[in-house]
Write a protein that binds this ligand. Structure first.
Ligand SMILES: *Cc1c(COP(=O)(O)O)cnc(C)c1O
Length: 377
């Protein structure tokens, strides 16, 4: 028997989450008399650890897919995806343009070199779709506000010359999850700089998409594309609101089994460094999951874990291939009992992440290649 650990990916949960986001958007914009925005499903980093193949199935109803890796984009085309695919970091060299052309990829343009490459490129078979990125305060990618219009004019000229097909405007929020006032400042900057320029807009990540009031600050009569990522996989972008409260379903479930059980006396150290000392006699279980599987080593004693359908806690340091749980109150638990580290019928990935001092995003992406995938249709 292989080591008893697996990660389940639920296509149904991915479908549900996308449909839920679509209906949420519909309810946000209906009172404003606007059509619902188009949705780029963000599937970077191997679809946040869920697999490109699963994403293409689960998000079949999305209007486009957004990612960074050209090979992942090619995979989507090979799987039969015919709708737009956007490269969120754009292209990295002039040679990439031939691949964009061959696979009809939409590209973000965020610095001048990319415009130069577009001008110098050998003739493309078809014009390329472009989203020009404005830096409104994230200070990561994008043209500075005072440079944006000049860059956009250069792109409009390339559009005239038939090098570019559609051209739109985008930006990215730094604090949509925790500080709306910063987000409104970023939106004000976006509207001021891009308001007079033609083209569709794209500004909202998951947190922006799930903040209803944002829509009132966006221009009327402009085609809008949102870019939700993490919420489509059933995790929350907000520290203070759970995915469950948002109506999302976990698409990723990390499960394992108890492979050993032991009783220990009071005042015994458990695991490496004896970081946990039993306050009383305890029953412990060893779980076939460790940091080499992607479980966070920083998770402290007390991190929630489900065993046999009952909530308990991690004790001691996480090892490479194993971790220990408290079974004192779970008398039914034995070797072979089912353990849910996070996901369906277990703690949420966000709860585990919070305990470990990180975010659900990191855990979803980090499940190791050695953990077998089980795809639930
Ligand atoms: C990752 C990413 C998103 C999606 O972010 P979530 O917080 O996962 O919704 C959207 N836009 C860009 C540019 C990104 O890099």
């Amino acid at each position: 028997m292989p080591r008893p650990i697996a990660v389940q990916i639920s296509i149904a949960a991915m479908r549900h989450n996308l449909a839920h986001i679509r209906s949420t958007l519909h309810h946000q914009v209906a009172p404003l008399g606007r059509p619902a925005p188009f949705i780029w499903a963000v599937i970077k980093a191997n679809a946040y650890g869920h697999g490109i193949d699963q994403a293409v199935k689960g998000f079949a109803q999305a209007d486009g897919l957004a990612l960074l890796d050209i090979n992942e984009a090619i995979r989507c085309r090979e799987l039969g995806w015919t709708k737009p695919i956007m490269l969120l970091e754009g292209f990295f060299s002039i040679e990439d343009l031939a691949v964009l052309d061959e696979y009809t990829l939409t590209t973000v343009i965020h610095h001048w070199e990319q415009i130069t490459w577009l001008k110098q490129a050998p003739r493309l078979r078809r014009p390329v779709a472009v989203m020009a990125k404005l830096n409104t305060g994230m200070n990561r990618l994008g043209f500075a506000p005072e440079q944006f219009e000049r860059a956009y004019q250069a792109l409009l000229e390339l559009q005239q010359e038939g090098v570019i097909s559609s051209l739109g405007k985008m930006t990215h929020f730094a604090r949509a999850d925790d500080d709306p006032s910063i987000t409104y400042q970023q939106l004000l900057c976006f509207n001021t700089v891009t308001g007079a320029l033609p083209g569709a807009i794209s500004v909202c990540n998951s947190a922006g998409t799930l903040t209803a009031s944002l829509q009132q600050h966006l221009p009327d009569h402009t085609e809008q594309w949102v870019r939700p990522g993490v919420c489509l996989y059933g995790a929350s972008p907000f520290a203070a609101v759970s995915a469950h409260e948002l109506g999302l379903q976990p698409a990723q479930t990390l499960m394992a089994e108890i492979i050993s059980v032991r009783d220990i006396a009071a005042h015994q150290g458990v695991g490496y460094g004896h970081h946990f000392i039993s306050p009383k006699p305890m029953r412990l279980g060893v779980v076939a999951c460790g940091y080499a599987d992607g479980y966070p080593r920083h998770a402290p004693s007390g991190t929630p874990i489900m065993v046999d359908g009952q909530l308990t806690r991690l004790v001691g340091r996480v090892s490479m291939d194993m971790l220990m749980v408290d079974l004192t109150d779970i008398t039914s638990a034995q070797v072979g009992s089912q353990v849910v580290l996070w996901g369906q019928n277990g703690p949420s990935v966000d709860e585990v992440a919070q305990a470990a001092g990180t975010i659900g995003y990191e855990l979803l992406c980090a499940v190791a290649a050695r953990v077998p995938r089980q795809i639930i249709e």
